[in-house]
Structure formats: structure tokens, C-alpha cells
Design a protein around this ligand. Structure first.
Ligand code: UT7
Length: 322
């Protein structure tokens, strides 16, 4: 049987760190409110001239290194992002060219915060179908460029970064199950109002900023993430206590705690980086994964569940043996 397996991870976080105390000087907020309502203490922000592909290249180099493979060994690139450098060419092709990866499918995939889970699931299918041997899969965002820095409802939540994995064909699992979902009826609860074919004239104005009805998003996120996690375990015939690690989307510590509680999973088994990264959208899960792989918590052979939820709404999970 053919499986896909992660053989290397990497991450990049921009140099500039913005703390809650910095934000206290920018909007009517407090470190205490941000910490208790969201769990965020600090976040990284890209420099003005830095792009999503710049971060991807750095994260990818580390993932390739960790996997012990050369750029010339890669035969697919997929980047989950909702903040691409340009409308086109897609970020995947920019990363492919800059790393010297030979001609192969290269694309970016837009599923908001679930972008990495969608990208990983897609690469898994191509590998198991026998079309691809070794994929470079990334989640990356310059989400702070899409924020209204005078809106305390949103500006305290987000951060930038990129996470990467090398996913390879393997006779051993590997990825065990993937589940993706979406429901477009929720579009007005979380969206960015400017696009290439809609209201482009608003770009660069105050109206071009992430819009979120936080409380409503919170409620659907808690229910959906609990459901998608339970479904992943059920379909693999795995009980929650067999799970070594949950690597959840890092939007809000209260959402993470609620999901862990629903699974009866102690917080010691949950990778939490929201305090240091904020909500980095599609980068959140691969950033958390790489953090825990490099600090030695996630070890080869362990059972890991990753899951995410975002604008659309979109959601998804990947259950794997690392
Ligand atoms: O990644 C994609 C998915 N996104 C999410 O999952 C985010 C989901 N939502 C959330 O995480 C939470 O809803 C938020 C963190 C966004 C907000 O937390 P909340 O507990 O739902 O607060 P709220 O929006 O109900 O606001 C409570 C109060 C309000 O004041 P009043 O009306 O009660 O007087 C807000 O105006 O807190 C106020 N508030 C703030 N106060 C200080 C909102 N933002 C701030 C702030 N600092 N930054």
C-alpha cells in the first residue's frame, strides 16, 4: 500500500515582534484583555517589503534540509495562503523558481486558515495516486497586511509566518485520514472585502481590512473543530487516548481548550503556540507542528491529529503517524 509521510518540517517567523503592550499604545486595549480572551501575548509582523513567498522560501529550505532532500527531488509544490504576493503568478510557482525546483505542478490554494490542511490533503492524494513522489507543502500568510490597525476587534488577533513540510511516498503510514469541509453560507461572518474581480477600487483604503463577527465565528469554530476531530478519530478507529498530540489551528486558546475538552484530551497533549504567534491563518498549523518537532515533543512514530477552521467557512483535519 502506498502512503504519504512527512519527512521534514521547517518554519519562518518575521523578525519584527509586536507585543500586547505595543498594541496598548495603538488601540484601546489591554494586555490583560488580549491574553484572557485570546491567549495571544505577541505576534510576528512582516516588514513592508517582505512577501509571503519570501517567508515560504526560508521555511522550505529548513524543511528540505530536515528531510535530507534537494530542491531537484521535489515534484510538486502547494502553498496554502490567502495573502499571495500577487494575483498571479501563484506563490507556488514563485517558490518553485526561487528554490530551483524543476518544472512540476506548482500552485497556491486559498482556503483561509484551513489552507495548509487543504494543501496537505491534496498532496497526499496525488502521492497515493502515484502521480507525485515528493511534495513541498506550505502554509504561509502576510495576514497583518490585510488588517485595519485601528480596529481593536481584529488587529490584536493576527500574525505572520510560514511553515513547510516535505511529504514523501512511503510504504508505511504516514497520513492515515484526511477530512475537508466547507459551508459558504457563513461568508459574511469572516471575509476580506476586496478582490481582483470585486471592489478592487477599495484596495489601499480604510475599507480594505479583514471583517469578522468574532462571537459568531467562535461558536461555529468550537462545534466544527470538535466534530472534525471526532470524525477523524472515528474513521481511523482510534480512541482519543491513543492520540499522542493534537496540533490545532491557533486562533484562540479558548477554542483550543474547548476542542481538547470535547476529545477528553489533557492540555499536555496539545501543541499551543498562539501565545507567541497569534492567529497566522494558513501558517498556524505547520508553524505549531515544526515548533513541536524541533523542540523534541513530537517524535517519529507518534500519532498526531492536525485540524483547522477558517473563513468561508472552511475546515479540515489530517490524522497521521509522524
Ligand atoms: O482563524 C479563523 C477563525 N477565527 C476565530 O476562530 C476567531 C473566533 N473569535 C474569537 O476568537 C473571539 O470572538 C474574539 C477574540 C475575536 C473576541 O472575543 P469575545 O470574547 O467573543 O469578545 P466580544 O467580541 O464579545 O467582545 C467583548 C467585549 C466588547 O465590549 P462590550 O460590547 O462588551 O462593551 C468588545 O468591544 O470586548 C470588547 N473588545 C475589546 N476590549 C479590549 C473587543 N476587542 C477588544 C480588545 N481590547 N482588543
Amino acid at each position: 500500500m502506498t502512503y504519504s509521510r512527512i519527512t521534514g518540517t521547517g518554519r519562518y517567523l518575521p523578525e519584527k515582534v509586536l507585543t500586547n503592550f505595543d498594541l496598548e499604545k495603538m488601540v484601546d486595549t489591554t494586555d490583560e484583555w488580549i491574553r484572557t480572551r485570546t491567549g495571544v501575548e505577541r505576534r510576528h509582523c512582516v516588514a513592508e517589503d517582505q512577501t509571503t513567498s519570501d517567508m515560504c522560501v526560508e521555511a522550505a529550505r529548513l524543511a528540505l534540509d530536515a528531510a535530507g532532500v534537494a530542491p531537484t527531488d521535489i515534484d510538486m509544490v502547494i502553498v496554502g495562503t490567502t495573502s499571495p504576493d500577487l494575483v498571479f503568478p501563484n506563490v507556488g510557482t514563485i517558490v518553485q523558481h526561487r528554490l530551483g525546483i524543476p518544472a512540476c505542478p506548482a500552485v497556491s490554494l486559498e482556503a483561509a486558515c484551513t489552507g495548509f490542511i487543504y494543501a496537505l490533503s491534496t498532496a497526499d492524494k496525488y502521492i497515493r495516486a502515484g502521480d507525485v513522489k515528493r511534495a513541498l507543502v506550505l502554509g504561509a500568510e502576510c495576514i497583518t497586511k490585510l488588517i485595519d490597525w485601528s480596529d481593536r476587534n481584529t488587529c490584536v488577533l493576527f500574525g505572520d509566518g510560514a511553515g513547510a513540510v516535505v511529504l514523501e511516498r512511503s510504504d508505511e503510514p504516514g497520513i492515515l485520514t484526511t477530512h475537508l469541509g466547507a459551508d459558504g453560507q457563513y461568508r459574511d461572518l469572516l471575509y476580506y472585502p476586496v478582490g481582483a474581480s470585486k471592489d478592487l477600487a477599495k484596495a489601499g483604503t480604510d475599507e480594505a481590512a479583514i471583517m469578522m463577527t468574532g462571537k459568531e465565528v467562535f461558536k461555529v469554530a468550537v462545534t466544527t473543530l470538535g466534530d472534525v476531530a471526532s470524525r477523524a478519530l472515528e474513521s481511523a478507529g482510534v480512541s482519543p487516548d491513543e492520540l499522542d498530540w493534537l496540533v490545532p489551528h491557533q486562533a484562540n486558546i479558548r477554542i483550543i481548550q474547548a476542542t481538547a475538552k470535547r476529545l477528553n484530551l489533557p492540555m499536555e497533549k496539545v501543541i499551543v503556540t498562539v501565545q507567541d504567534h497569534g492567529n497566522t491563518s494558513a501558517a498556524s498549523v505547520p508553524l505549531a507542528l515544526d515548533t513541536a518537532v524541533r523542540d523534541g515533543r513530537i517524535k517519529p512514530g507518534q500519532l498526531v491529529l492536525m485540524e483547522a477552521f477558517g473563513g468561508g467557512f472552511t475546515w479540515g483535519s489530517v490524522l497521521m503517524r509522524f
